[in-house]
Design a protein around this ligand. Structure first.
Ligand SMILES: [Zn+2]
Length: 371
C-alpha cells in the first residue's frame, strides 16, 4: 500500500529530464485473469508511448521500461492486488511498484515526472478505521482501509472465572472479577490509543455486547471517544467476513455523511471567519498562500482553466499570464488534477466528494482553510 509520504517523494522526484512511465491498472476489473490484464497493459502502454512522440534514445529507454513492466506482470505479480501502480524510469533509476487495495482506472502516462493523481485520490488517512471487538477478557483490533480489513492485534487478559459460591464470598468475588474486567478494558483502550499515536486513523468502530461497548467507550481516550463512528454487534468469535460487512456499512455511511457535511460547509458561506473558500480563483489564491488545509474536489468533475507550465499554478479560463511567475499560460480542459498536485505540494489534504453535492455551481472546487 502507498502512503502520503511516498506520494510526496514521488512528486519531488527529479528525473533529470528523463521520461518517467507511470502505469496504473485496475486488476480487480479483470478478476485477476492474467491474460486479460496483460494484453490490456500492453495496449495502453503502447498507446501512451506512441502519443508521447519520442524518438532515439529516449524512446528506447521508455520501451525498456515497458518491457520491465510486462515482465513484472507475467513473472512476479500473479494478480495479488485489486489495483497496481508502477513508476519506472531506468535512466533516472526509478522503479516502484505499489499493490493497491482498491481498483484504479487503467492508465499510462509518459512524462518527465511521475503522475501521482490516481494514488493521491485513494490515499486519504482520514478514511482509516480502527475496529475493536471486545468482551470481558478478550479483544481483537482491526484496521479497515479502503475496503481492506487487517487483523492487527489480539488481546487476552486473565480474568478469573466464576466459582460456585454463595453469600458474601460471592459478592466479594464478583467485585474482584469486575476489577479485572475494568483493567482489561483499560488495556484495550490503551492499546487503541498507542495504535492511534503510531499509525493514526480517522474513526473508531466498536463491537461487542451493549454492556462492553458502553464500558469500553467510558475508558477510551477522550479524542478516540470523539471519533467513534458507530457500533456493531459482532463479538470476538465472529467470522471476519461478518465483521467486515458490518464495519463497511458504517464506513460507507460515515464517508457519505462527511462528504455531505464538507460540501454544505463550503456552500454555507457564513461570511467572515468561516475559514472556507469556493471557486477556482479563490481556491488557487489560498493554495498559493499556503492557507489551504483541505482541498475539496468533486469526483470525476472537469474544471476548465489555464495552467502555467513553468510553476504549475492554475488560473481561471481566459487568463493570459501566470500571476505568480508571469509566464504565459496554456488552456487546459481539466485542471482538477493539477489542483490536487498543487495542494499536495503545499502540504494540504485532498478530499473528493460525490457529484451533485452542489459544489459544481462554484467551479467544482473549494477549500477548508488553516487561517
Ligand atoms: Zn507560473
Amino acid at each position: 500500500m502507498i502512503n502520503r509520504k511516498q506520494i510526496i517523494d514521488l512528486l519531488h522526484f527529479r528525473s533529470g529530464s528523463h521520461q518517467v512511465l507511470s502505469f496504473y491498472m485496475g486488476i480487480g476489473v479483470y478478476k485477476a485473469q492474467r491474460k486479460a490484464y496483460e494484453i490490456e497493459a500492453k495496449d495502453i502502454m503502447k498507446k501512451a508511448v506512441a502519443e508521447a512522440g519520442l524518438s532515439g534514445e529516449e524512446r528506447e529507454h521508455v520501451e525498456e521500461d515497458v518491457h520491465r513492466i510486462q515482465n513484472f506482470l507475467t513473472m512476479d505479480f500473479k494478480g495479488r492486488a485489486k489495483g497496481l501502480a508502477i513508476f519506472a524510469s531506468k535512466p533516472a533509476g526509478l522503479w516502484q511498484v505499489f499493490r493497491l487495495p482498491v481498483t484504479v482506472p487503467d492508465r499510462c502516462v509518459v512524462d518527465q515526472m511521475p503522475f501521482v493523481l490516481p494514488v493521491l485520490k485513494i490515499v486519504d488517512e482520514g478514511r482509516r478505521y480502527c475496529v475493536v471487538i471486545a468482551d470481558k477478557e478478550k479483544a481483537r483490533l482491526f484496521t479497515v482501509y479502503l475496503g481492506e480489513i487487517l487483523e492487527r492485534e489480539d488481546i487476552l487478559d486473565d480474568v478469573p472465572g466464576w466459582h460456585k459460591q454463595g453469600g458474601l464470598a460471592q459478592a466479594r468475588f464478583q467485585r474482584h472479577i469486575e476489577d479485572h474486567v475494568n483493567r482489561h478494558l483499560k488495556h484495550v483502550a490503551d492499546t487503541m490509543f498507542g495504535f492511534y499515536k503510531a499509525e493514526g486513523f480517522g474513526h473508531v468502530i466498536i463491537g461487542g455486547s451493549q454492556e462492553v461497548r458502553t464500558r469500553l467507550n467510558r475508558v477510551l481516550h477522550s479524542y478516540l471517544q470523539s471519533i467513534v463512528a458507530g457500533y456493531i454487534s459482532a463479538d470476538v468469535t465472529s467470522n471476519i467476513n461478518d465483521i467486515t460487512d458490518a464495519a463497511r456499512k458504517i464506513e460507507q455511511e460515515t464517508e457519505e455523511r462527511k462528504a455531505k457535511e464538507i460540501a454544505e460547509r463550503l456552500l454555507a458561506r457564513s461570511g467572515r471567519g468561516d475559514m472556507t473558500v469556493t471557486g477556482l480563483k479563490n481556491t488557487v489564491a489560498a493554495l498559493q498562500e499556503g492557507r489551504v488545509h483541505t482541498l475539496v474536489l468533486v469526483d470525476n468533475f472537469e474544471i476548465g482553466g489555464c495552467l502555467c507550465g513553468d510553476c504549475g499554478s492554475v488560473e481561471v479560463m481566459g487568463s493570459k499570464d501566470c500571476a505568480y511567475c508571469k509566464k504565459k499560460l496554456s488552456k487546459i480542459g481539466d485542471v482538477s488534477e493539477h489542483l490536487a498536485v498543487l495542494a499536495v505540494e503545499h502540504d494540504a489534504e485532498v478530499k473528493y466528494v460525490q457529484p451533485k453535492s452542489g459544489l459544481e455551481e462554484v467551479d467544482g472546487v473549494g477549500a477548508i482553510l488553516r487561517w
